[in-house]
Ligand binder design. Sequence first.
Ligand code: FDP
Length: 349
Amino acid sequence: MPTLFKTVILASITMGQNPLTLSRFVTEKQAASQGVTGEFAGLLAQIGLVGKLIAQDLRRAGLSGILGTTGEINVQGEAVKKLDEIANETFVKLFHHSGLVCALVSEEMEKPVLLPENWPQAKYMLLFDPLDGSSNTDCNMPLGAIFSVVKSERKDRMPTEDELARKGTEQVAAGYLLYGSSTMLVYTVGQGVHGFTLDPGTGEYLLSHEQIRIPARGKVYGVNEGNYHKWTPGTKKYVDDLKTQDKSSGRPYSVRYSGCLVADVHRILLGGGIYLYPGELDKPEGKLRLLYEANPLAMVVEQAGGGASTGTMRILDVEAKQLHQRVPLIIGSADDVRDAEDFIQSRRM
Ligand code: FDP
């Protein structure tokens, strides 16, 4: 029997005999760790459920008349897609009555949803981008959702709006859902990164990527190079350098840019390389949002052994001042991120 065929059969028997579901995995990890509570297992299960519902909507989007825009402009000044709204409502509805969180912050809502009825039992607060890469909705390309979990330490009163904007180092968990050729949930609680693939047969998330480690260096970069003329000289030089031919250092790198941050970072998390949405001359703060895009992805990538930087400092150390604050993001393999910082800070020319 050909080896590949044998491997495929063996893999399916192994998965079939002992598939490790998300809930069992989290419960087992929980038993082994003091920091992870039953409440958190419930929260992760709820995110998984949100992912199943949104994945279902996305699969039928072209048939259900839910492609295109709503005609509204969101807090970021961007046209709201019908699917943005549906994904946001799914998150809010499922978490509102779950009793699992005391506040919700979303890219799609200017103000947070405070849930005093859940406090003080619920100490977690969820910050999320309900549908990442929305320009991909109408052309059947990958999409994602990103989430960050922080905890209210106050015993005397509900957290206020200001207390939701936290530094990345204060996250207790983070992760993303990826809607690609399969649906995946990837998360970290600060003890490594694990990935689960939604099995369409059983409707369960099964462990498919345990303890993900990102290679120290990759061969791929992802950036919207159409913005080249807007970049600082350091960013231009770095990207020029990636394209320079030099066999000994594995250059030129290949470009892979899908227009969906989650998909691009996921590729890099598994295979190495670097994703950049840098600051621009007229927009030094960049495009991406700190609290529910950069921070959670930075936590995931750091937990897998990679790096995440603004170009001048570690993302997780950026002071959070506003809920919808933007930040430049350079994320991926540790050595690649270090090289990018060297160019951006003119240590290399
Ligand atoms: P989108 O605005 O389509 O939701 O989250 C912002 C984001 O997508 C990322 O997913 C993506 O990497 C980036 O913006 C794409 O921006 P550009 O179109 O400017 O390249």
